[in-house]
Design a protein. Structure first.
Length: 196
């Protein structure tokens, strides 16, 4: 399954699902009770049996408009730019000793976290307890950064857990996103972290 809104610039509410066995998918989503099944019902291809929603909106139009207006060359160029921008932000994060890259970006999503200045533990017997407390505190700070930035309306981040730690995520899915926007966003993130 792919979500074109994450990498191919299609607005939300549209996904593409590739399946090998269409009949298995129909059995999972079918809403016809067993007592109504018969030659007539099973012979028909009722598209309500292939997905969650009963009504069918024309979601594919969103993809068609994007792909028709940009063309293959335009989509490829924008994907390359999206990957370039993701890698650029990843480099900025790596160069900042207060942040760490949580995963190498593979497309237009960058996962990272604020780590702050790590203070050395004074005693070995309390090191594990202090690390756990420090991790909880850093997790709260990462959540606060996301919440403050989103509340400001100047940028939009998401957060998730990765290997038990709270991380921030930036998704570069808009065709209008430029390096200047990314630079502004990175400055907002750093300023917000500095003000906590």
């Amino acid at each position: 399954m792919i979500n074109p809104h994450k990498t191919v610039f299609v607005p939300l509410d549209f996904s593409v699902l590739y399946v090998r066995d269409l009949e298995r998918l129909r059995r999972v989503f079918s809403l016809v009770p067993e007592y109504l099944r018969g030659d007539t019902v099973d012979a028909e291809k009722n598209y309500m049996d292939y997905g969650i929603q009963l009504g069918r909106r024309f979601r594919a139009l969103k993809a068609w408009v994007i792909w028709r207006s940009l063309g293959r060359v335009g989509v490829v160029a924008r994907l390359r730019e999206q990957i370039r921008l993701a890698n650029l932000l990843a480099e900025w994060i790596k160069k900042n000793d207060r942040f760490e890259l949580s995963a190498q970006p593979s497309m237009g999503v960058i996962c990272f976290r604020f780590t702050g200045a790590a203070a050395p533990s004074p005693r070995p017997d309390t090191a594990a307890r202090e690390r756990a407390g420090s991790t909880d505190r850093i997790d709260r700070i990462n959540s606060d950064i996301v919440e403050r930035i989103n509340a400001s309306g100047r940028a939009y981040l998401t957060q998730t857990k990765l290997r038990g730690r709270t991380i921030m995520r930036i998704g570069l899915g808009n065709v209008l996103t430029t390096e200047e926007h990314l630079c502004e966003g990175w400055e907002i993130i750093q300023d917000t972290a500095n003000n906590l």
